[in-house]
Design a protein around this ligand. Structure first.
Ligand SMILES: Nc1nc2c(c(=O)[nH]1)N[C@H]1C(S)=C(S)[C@@H](COP(=O)(O)O)O[C@H]1N2
Ligand SMILES: [Mo]
Length: 289
């Protein structure tokens, strides 16, 4: 007799047809919807339900999916731009929970499915500018981080939001170039700004691992390194939290790091940028919010 692992069982093997055709309700009734649906919905490439196109979008031409998913900074998966696409392939992003803690009235550990349902997903096309003077234009999917923050009742003492990425040595043997976990932060009013996006997808699909699956920040008015990937913790704090790049080279990577063509990096100009897929450099413009 063939002994099958429970993971090989189909729903039809354990569930009467009348029930599994209504799988969502069935799972919800069992109280396990969170876990199982997360695994399905979090998988890279899964189509997302997008409620609207955001008026915050840029009208610039979007880059190809290929560019955006094969030219990445994600040091947990290696320091070369082509490393993450290769090394993050089998990164497990489910089950996934984000802990929201610190100076909030309602601290919680929230699973990805519940987190995604907190607010309707919008498509936002943002230009995304790396401090290394390249840029891309991406149709992200997510909602304003403020929706999450409002949901946990931030206490009046909180002044900053600290973010932390996942760090799993076993899954990230190529991690190099910095101390992990990767951490970032925003001042509370910046985090509450509607442009700050809690992002779950791109091009209408769940994020691929190399772009920060299953949930990342996108702060388009700041240099790319502020947009922390694969977030597991969000903590409301009173003092400016430590940030990975800022901690390594404070004069080159400021805490605020708003994109500004008039303020050069210590080693190169920030006046121009190379848009991925284009031949000529273009002038960097400040984001008009
Ligand atoms: N956890 C984590 N988040 C990260 C990084 C990283 O190395 N680790 N790199 C940052 C930098 S420098 C940039 S430019 C953007 C790149 O995002 P993208 O690969 O989706 O374009 O992610 C940011 N978020
Ligand atoms: Mo970057």
């Amino acid at each position: 007799m063939l002994i099958r692992k429970s993971s090989d069982l189909k729903y039809s093997d354990v569930t009467p047809k009348s029930v599994y055709t209504n799988r969502r309700e069935f799972l919800a009734a069992m109280g396990i919807a969170g876990g199982l649906l997360t695994q399905r919905e979090a998988r890279a490439g899964t189509k997302l339900e997008i409620a609207s196109k955001s008026p915050f979008s840029t009208t610039e031409k979007v880059n190809s999916y290929q560019d955006v998913s094969h030219y990445n900074n994600f040091y947990e998966f290696g320091t070369d731009k082509t490393d993450p696409a290769e090394n993050a392939k089998n990164y497990r992003t489910s089950p996934w929970t984000v802990s929201i803690e610190g100076l909030v009235e309602k601290p919680q550990k929230i699973d990805l499915t519940s987190l995604m349902k907190l607010a309707p997903l919008e498509e936002r096309i943002y230009r995304h500018r790396c401090v290394e003077a390249w840029s891309i234009v991406v149709p992200w999917a997510g909602y304003s981080l403020s929706a999450l923050l409002k949901n946990v009742d931030v206490s009046p003492k909180a002044r900053y939001v600290a973010f932390q990425s996942d760090y799993d040595r076993k899954q990230m043997p190529h991690a190099a170039g910095m101390q992990f976990p990767y951490v970032e932060g925003l001042r509370l009013d910046e985090a509450m700004h509607p442009l700050a996006l809690l992002c779950f997808g791109m091009y209408g699909e769940a994020l691929p691992p190399q772009d920060g699956a299953p949930v990342r920040l996108v702060a388009p008015w700041k240099y790319g390194f502020k947009s922390i990937k694969s977030i597991v913790k969000i903590k409301l704090v009173e003092k400016q939290p430590p940030c990975t790049w800022n901690g390594m080279q404070p004069n080159e990577y400021g805490f605020y790091s708003n994109v500004n063509p008039h303020v050069d990096h210590t080693s190169w100009s920030q006046a121009t940028e190379r848009r991925l897929g284009e031949l000529f450099r273009r002038n960097t413009v400040m984001l008009k919010g």
